[in-house]
Design a protein around this ligand. Structure first.
Ligand code: ZN
Length: 459
């Protein structure tokens, strides 16, 4: 259980911080209980983006485990007593005594030889694995040769082995009996985790940014609405205390799990921005997309006005109103006259895990065509489109052309409910003058905000 937990952590680390891995492809040296393994000729050790891969022959000949290879299923089985690890060429998932576990790298075929990630295999087979980055070598320790995290004085000291942040969760890998106390502080907003009788492990610096002398480090966090950065330090030396601080952009709620039932991973999951159910304390994220921009003017009106300018004016007005809403965070895809690819507009909303996406446009057609249309892409968009449409039609006072299906990139590729507004026709004289009338724009902006709030059921 212990090993399994840390392994999962390693996998998360590799996914979260691929740049930490060494991308060079030198040959690493391998030591078993202090003795360098002489890799037989033809068997090449590879370093693939930081994962040291060894021919399966090393696992059987040098490490002494039973290895079976099935050509038919392309699987390698490594066995020692009751411990059994099965890996498949090209698959990142291994089977450990019936349990599916993800590896950092899938086994691959190299000129008829199967190469496997040595850390993964060795750890699963009960070995301790240490990577020496200075000498680019793997050190394996067999048997139960002592893990001894306790301090020399025999005090019950735990160690922090690694810290990562992904999927809006802080994960702290801990060995030993750590007792975290967690508190939420304001001014500036942050979450503080203190662990008494705990220090950083010797290997902590190989995985995390860490100043060994002053015993602190930090990691920048991007792509999350709540968290700015994570800092950590040996806050106190008597008693030894590790402090981890999550610097927040705004107050956020969290749940804590782990460090009980033998778990080695403390998880602090932030809940505020991603809470999907309306009416709770979590803030909703609304992305407003002003269509077109820069060299793409969109529709040109009867008096040569440009759709992109209407779209941007509206987005800015909606943003201003939403900024006053205590339960909503608003993000614009563009706040200036710049161009964005459609896929980047959708990606922004998806990356933010936004609750609502609204793309603002104005229509074009025969000069007689007039009125307001609102588009949805699939069933999950429909309620949002209807809530917005009802309000916008009232605010514009033009013909109600209905809530319609439309296969538009931005509402197709966004994962959250989305709607595309065609507020009025640039190609119609009456519509165009309304679209560019500041008072009408204010009314439509307020209508969009009402529609959003009704849909999200927030006050
Ligand atoms: Zn448009």
């Amino acid at each position: 259980m212990k090993k399994f937990g840390f392994l999962l952590f390693l996998v998360v680390m590799m996914i979260a911080f691929p740049k930490m891995a060494d991308a060079s492809s030198y040959s690493a040296k391998i030591y078993l209980d202090g003795q360098q393994i002489n890799v037989s000729s033809g068997a090449k050790v590879e370093n693939i983006n930081g994962t040291v891969m060894v021919p399966i022959r090393i696992v059987s000949e040098n490490l002494g485990f039973q290895v079976d290879w099935s050509k038919a299923t392309k699987t390698v089985t490594v066995q020692d007593g009751s411990q059994k690890v099965t890996m498949t060429i090209g698959s990142q998932y291994a089977d450990i005594n019936g349990q599916r576990v993800q590896m950092t790298k899938a086994p691959v075929l190299r000129g008829g030889t199967t190469i496997v990630p040595i850390r993964f295999v060795s750890e699963q087979m009960g070995m301790q694995v240490r990577w020496d980055n200075g000498t680019k070598s793997v050190h394996l320790t067999s048997g139960n040769a002592g893990s001894n995290p306790d301090g020399a004085d025999g005090a019950h000291t735990a160690t922090v082995d690694g810290i990562s942040f992904s999927d809006n969760k802080l994960m702290v890998a801990v060995t030993g009996n750590a007792k975290p106390s967690i508190s939420k502080l304001g001014n500036p907003d942050r979450i503080v985790i203190d662990m008494v009788n705990t220090e950083f492990s010797d290997s902590f610096g190989t995985m995390n940014d860490y100043d060994e002398v002053n015993k602190f480090g930090q990691m920048a966090v991007s792509g999350y609405s709540d968290v700015k950065s994570v800092r950590y330090s040996l806050y106190n030396s008597s008693p030894l205390t590790v402090r981890i601080v999550l610097d927040l952009n705004q107050p956020a709620n969290y749940t804590v799990s782990g460090l009980e039932n033998g778990s080695e991973i403390l998880t602090v999951a932030l809940t505020a921005a991603t809470d999907p159910s309306p009416g709770t304390s979590g803030k909703k994220i609304v992305v407003i997309d002003a269509g077109h921009g820069d060299h793409d003017p969109g529709a040109i009106g009867v008096t040569k006005k440009r759709e992109k300018d209407f779209n941007l004016a509206m987005a800015l007005k909606v943003e201003k109103l939403l900024a006053n809403e205590p339960n909503i965070d608003v993000v614009l895809t563009r706040s200036t006259d710049k161009f964005l690819e459609l896929k980047d507009r959708a990606k922004l909303a998806n990356d933010l895990k936004a609750d609502v996406f609204i793309s603002i446009h104005a229509n074009s057609g025969p000069s007689a065509a007039t009125g307001t249309e609102t588009y949805y892409y699939d069933q999950s968009d429909k309620a949002l489109a209807a809530a917005l449409h009802k309000e916008i039609v009232k605010a514009m006072g033009l013909k109600d052309r209905g809530v319609r299906y439309g296969n538009f990139h931005v509402i197709r590729e966004t994962k959250m409910p989305g709607a595309l507004l065609e507020v009025g026709f640039m190609s119609n004289k009456t519509d165009e003058s309304k679209l560019f009338d500041p008072a009408t724009q204010d009314r439509v902006a307020a209508a969009i905000v009402r529609g959003i709030k009704n849909y999200l059921n927030v006050n």
